[in-house]
Design a protein around this ligand. Structure first.
Ligand code: NAG
Length: 139
């Protein structure tokens, strides 16, 4: 019951934000080595962190953009990867087109779309190493 309610809410949010439902998942986290493919999103409540088909990575709250990488127009097959050294990299057909400012040692990093609207990369000691510094309510 609880799980199906959660899934229904995710699907409703996905439709609300006009994501491509065919390849969207309902994750809220990425681990080192994980990718977010073109048109895929992390979704938590009203918040969506979307790797758009225009190559821009955007954090939405109820369809309103609150943070983005301004990498639109850099390709039409862009995907986001959280690397082994904790860096966020957007690449198009294997060519990197955007990277964030953080690069650490090899570790098992986790990127989390948090309830408070902040997107945070944690190292394996659970210390935050990179933040979007966004502050909104996802619920
Ligand atoms: C978030 O804030 C910290 C501290 O001010 C800053 O160093 C960092 O660059 C900010 N993150 C982004 C993505 O701008």
């Amino acid at each position: 019951m609880m799980a199906s309610t959660t899934i229904s809410i995710c699907v409703a949010i996905l439709l609300l934000l006009i994501f491509a439902p065919s390849n969207s998942s309902c994750r809220t986290t990425m681990n080192s080595g994980d990718t977010l493919i073109t048109s895929d999103s992390l979704v938590l409540g009203f918040c969506g962190f979307t790797m758009q088909s225009d190559c821009n990575l955007v954090l939405y709250v109820l369809g309103r953009s609150v943070w983005d990488t301004k990498s639109y127009g850099r390709g039409d097959r862009c995907q986001l990867e959280l690397t082994r050294n904790g860096q966020l990299v957007i690449s198009n057909n294997g060519v990197s087109v955007w990277k964030n400012s953080f690069q650490g040692e090899d570790d098992n990093y986790v990127l989390k779309l948090q309830e408070d609207g902040n997107v945070v990369i944690f190292n394996s000691n659970e210390n935050g190493v990179w933040f979007t510094n966004t502050s909104v309510s996802c619920s």
